[in-house]
Design a protein around this ligand. Structure first.
Ligand SMILES: C[S@@+](CC[C@H](N)C(=O)[O-])C[C@H]1O[C@@H](n2cnc3c(N)ncnc32)[C@H](O)[C@@H]1O
Length: 413
């Protein structure tokens, strides 16, 4: 079966008009690739199918459809916490944070500065025991970095995963026995090592007493985030409970860069001024020629050739190179560094990368969430985060699950 679809094939498959697909491409809801020579839109079959799944049960809405109030205090232990994108989103949903673990000293400073009352367990997760949190924690969350396992036998067992950070995540879950554990990761985990890495994770969670809910990749743009970022969510539910976890429902309203940086529905003022990096003159001179929503193909042909060097002749869209974001589209996924050749995200009007506060807004951090360390460290912390608004919606799903299972709550206080 062909992995790529034309716009007509994609429109047929999804039951929408080509015009709708063009609009969705502009809005970032379903992003098309471009044929290198003809520039025609092409769609990844899997992405079209994923979108169909997103909207299978009901038409998405606007408002606050996932909101649910906690029936009591529920406590989270957050691992691999970074600068706190996931943790602060869960807090906004109404969950309470008992402690966070993180190895990076600047990220820990960020967490301490913003939440002096949280217990920050600073250092390599491998060096800590967490059994003291047994009976004190309902939820364990964590964005463990993805690593391959080396398979000794056919099926991956808990002990075989030793040495990986997923092993550490599972070890903490085993020590603490929360009602539910949530791992977050990049979409790439789906196909990592031909799908075996994810399969191994699911079998380990099963071995330590957790049923895994069918894995979903959530698109941040469906959850009030002005950025085309995706997060894979891995949910384990303790086997003595019902596996009745429901993912947050997607919203139909898509926010764009203008919503991120100006006063409006997402923020009640324009983005505050802040530091940021600049392009070297040679790069700025080139990017000056690219219009909003344009990329290297919008340059005069001679400059294209010079800028792209050998890769000009290699084919492929390379749509992230010399890319300038438009005000009326969600930003492309932010990375750990704001000026990378393959994943450029230039400001729409000024020829420069986004500043620290602009970066933070695109990830939907509140303006008063401060970051520590050098500018490069700050960009890295922001680029690594789960968008706060996506985390908040996920938090509502967790609360909903815990409300339904509250008679069994872990916390003895
Ligand atoms: C993808 S980031 C997590 C982002 C975070 N969930 C957020 O929303 O901001 C992964 C984090 O794991 C941390 N990390 C990596 N190895 C670690 C280890 N051995 N022990 C503790 N933390 C570790 C990294 O420093 C990084 O901040």
């Amino acid at each position: 079966m062909n992995e790529y679809l034309t716009i007509s094939e994609a429109a047929n498959l999804i039951g929408k008009s080509k015009e709708t697909l063009r609009r969705w491409d502009r809005e970032g809801k379903l992003l098309a690739l471009r044929e290198p020579i003809s520039n025609y839109r092409k769609y990844r079959r899997q992405e079209v199918l994923d979108l169909l799944l997103d909207f299978k049960d009901e038409e998405p809405q606007i408002g606050n459809i996932n909101f649910v109030k906690p029936n009591k205090d529920y406590w989270v232990l957050e691992l691999f916490a970074g600068a706190g994108g996931l943790a602060v989103g869960l807090e906004q949903a109404g969950l309470k944070c008992i402690a966070v673990n993180e190895i990076d000293k600047f990220a820990c400073e960020t967490l301490r500065k913003n939440r002096p009352k949280w217990e920050i367990i600073e250092g390599d997760i491998k060096n800590f025991k967490f059994s003291e949190y047994k009976n004190k924690v309902d939820v364990i969350t964590g964005g463990f970095p993805c690593q391959a396992f080396s398979y000794a036998g056919k099926k991956l067992g808990f002990k075989d995963a030793r040495g990986t950070l997923f092993y550490e995540f599972a070890r903490v879950v085993k020590e603490v026995k929360p009602l539910i554990c949530i791992g977050e990761n990049v979409r790439g985990l789906l196909n990592h090592n031909g799908g075996k890495t994810l399969e191994g994770m699911i079998s380990i969670l099963d071995e330590i007493g957790y049923n895994v809910v069918p894995v979903q990749v959530l698109k941040a743009i469906n959850y009030k985030v002005p950025q085309k970022r995706e997060r894979l969510i891995l949910v384990g539910v303790r086997k003595d409970l019902n596996t009745n976890f429901e993912y947050p429902k997607p919203y139909s309203k898509i926010y764009n860069l203008k919503d991120a940086l100006f006063k409006g529905e997402l923020y009640d003022c324009d983005v505050p001024k802040s530091l940021g990096v600049k392009y070297p003159k040679s790069k700025k001179d080139v990017l000056d020629l690219v219009p909003p929503k344009g990329y290297w193909r919008d340059l005069p042909i001679e400059i294209q050739k010079k800028f792209m060097g050998g890769s000009y002749y290699l084919g492929g869209g390379k749509t992230g190179i010399a890319r300038r974001i438009g005000w009326d589209e969600p930003c492309l996924t932010l990375t750990c560094s704001p000026a990378q050749k393959q994943t450029e995200r230039c400001h729409p009007e000024e020829t420069r990368p986004f500043t620290i506060r602009e970066y933070a807004r695109i990830q939907t951090f509140p303006d008063n969430w401060e970051f520590s360390g050098s500018i490069a460290q700050q960009y890295k912390q922001i680029g690594n985060a789960v968008p706060v608004n996506l985390a908040r919606e996920l938090g509502y799903s967790i609360i909903n699950f815990l409300n339904k299972n509250q008679g069994l709550s872990n916390v003895k206080r």
